[in-house]
Write a protein of this length. Structure first.
Length: 209
């Protein structure tokens, strides 16, 4: 399942406006973003910017969604490069965590970017409190990728659903509040998957709800 950006064309006005917003955020923070600045950067009217992007909150959602789809495409590629499930999960988790460390937009949103002592609360809220879209989309992608690339699986459907959501939430937790290097965190996540598989193989399954 190779997810792509929802925007139709790389050079479209919408894409150029989102690129301009990302650049402003990285340079000056979310508070500096206005439709007027975006319109001027791209060379369109402010009304065109509003028509393409909607409200500023909708702009924030579009930026987060665009980053998410790029991350999930990367996850698919990492999983596809491995022939074994645990190794694939470890590689994908490590890659996402390492990319998150280098992603200037994400670091700025989380208050660790180049803007000292600034946290862009609206974008941060989308990553944490209002993260349902992120979690649901990522879980769906991970689940579909695992079925596509590693079948037959040791999990039944319910166990796969639980495993996919647990992996996504663990990775997102490490992205938002890292507690150790990416390689170590990814190894821990892979170890959890390995133990879960061992439990299923031994006949310790998740009870039906």
């Amino acid at each position: 399942m190779n997810l792509k950006r929802r925007e139709t064309k790389a050079g479209s006005i919408r894409e150029r406006l989102l690129d301009a917003a990302k650049q402003i955020i990285q340079q000056s923070g979310w508070g500096a973003v206005t439709m007027g600045k975006l319109a001027a950067a791209v060379g369109v009217s402010r009304q065109t910017a509003h028509t393409e992007l909607g409200t500023k909150h909708q702009l924030a959602e579009s930026l987060v969604q665009r980053e998410l789809f790029d991350f999930l495409t990367f996850v698919h590629d990492r999983l596809a490069a491995e022939t074994e499930l645990v190794a694939g999960i470890q590689s994908a988790a490590r890659g996402v965590l390492e990319q998150a460390e280098e992603n200037i937009l994400l670091r700025t949103v989380l208050g660790s970017g180049s803007i000292p002592n600034e946290t862009d609360n609206e974008l941060l809220k989308l990553l944490t409190i209002d993260s349902g879209f992120i979690v649901d989309t990522a879980v769906e992608a991970v689940r579909a990728n695992v079925v596509e690339l590693y079948s037959p699986l040791p999990f039944n459907q319910q166990e796969l659903d639980i495993a996919a959501e647990s992996i996504v939430r663990l990775v997102l937790s490490h992205v938002v509040r890292p507690s150790k290097p990416a390689a170590e965190a990814a190894a821990d996540i892979a170890r959890i998957v390995e133990l879960a598989i061992a439990g299923v193989v031994a006949g310790v399954s998740v009870p039906a709800s």
